[in-house]
Design a protein around this ligand. Structure first.
Ligand SMILES: [Fe+2]
Ligand SMILES: [Fe+2]
Length: 233
């Protein structure tokens, strides 16, 4: 089934109202839907601003023709990842999903049932951290000063891996309450860490990403995809 595509011509809008008219045109965009915006000005900045307002829910392509621009806007979930940072962001969501499954089982005192998703989660989290530390930190960043987002990430990874090891060591002695408490500590640490990465470090890395050649970006995306793949299976 193909959803109808709405076209919104912004070329007749006063310049001061283009941003808000575009916002209302794409605000309620759902998966499977598309909106085409026609603009009189080059729309890259406009689209980044809208995307920020809508919590990175937008994907778009821009085509220029006859002195006007045609922007085809869709929901981010319908598009593939734009870059390696998108892939890591999606991986955060997948990691969280597996961990929540384990936590729900622990809440029901089912430590034995929680062990398989916890093992899956542990392997996936180690892969994720290896991609960030081993591949992207060197591809996208300079050696870190103490207070900068890369240094924070590297320090938090050590803490997370220590907490993860404690959880894994407890899997052989399944007491649901104790395991649940250890997982709750790790869950809090991880949630703060993912938020800090997505709001502080990934935007900075995205600036570096844009300076890499298309060949380099493609190669790194395919390496990240294969390194993270085990979780999606
Ligand atoms: Fe991380
Ligand atoms: Fe991450």
């Amino acid at each position: 089934m193909t959803a109808a595509t709405e076209t919104v011509d912004l070329t007749t809008q006063p310049r001061s109202q283009v941003q808000s008219a575009a916002f209302w045109a794409v605000k309620s965009l759902r998966r499977g839907e598309k909106v085409v915006l026609i603009t009189a000005q080059e729309p890259t900045l406009l689209m980044h601003s809208l995307d920020l307002q809508l919590r990175h829910n937008l994907a778009w392509t821009i085509v220029e023709a006859d002195g006007r621009w045609r922007v085809e806007v869709s929901h981010r979930a319908d598009a593939g990842p734009r870059d390696a940072l998108d892939m890591l962001g999606l991986d955060h969501k997948r990691l969280d999903g597996v961990f929540v499954r384990a936590l729900q089982l622990l809440n029901r005192d089912d430590a034995a049932g929680a062990a398989p998703p916890l093992r899956e989660f542990a392997a996936a989290l180690r892969r994720h951290i290896a991609v960030e530390d081993g591949l992207l930190a060197s591809f996208l960043d300079a050696p870190a000063a103490d207070a900068d987002p890369l240094a924070v990430m590297l320090r938090e990874h050590k803490e997370i891996l220590q907490q993860l090891s404690v959880v894994e060591d407890s899997l052989g002695f399944p007491e649901a309450a104790e395991l649940g408490a250890l997982c709750a500590i790790l869950s809090g640490t991880l949630a703060k860490h993912e938020h800090r990465e997505e709001s502080n470090l990934f935007p900075r890395w995205r600036g570096q990403w844009a300076r890499k050649s298309a060949v380099e970006r493609e190669e790194v995306m395919s390496r990240v995809a294969s390194l993270l793949a085990a979780l999606g299976k």
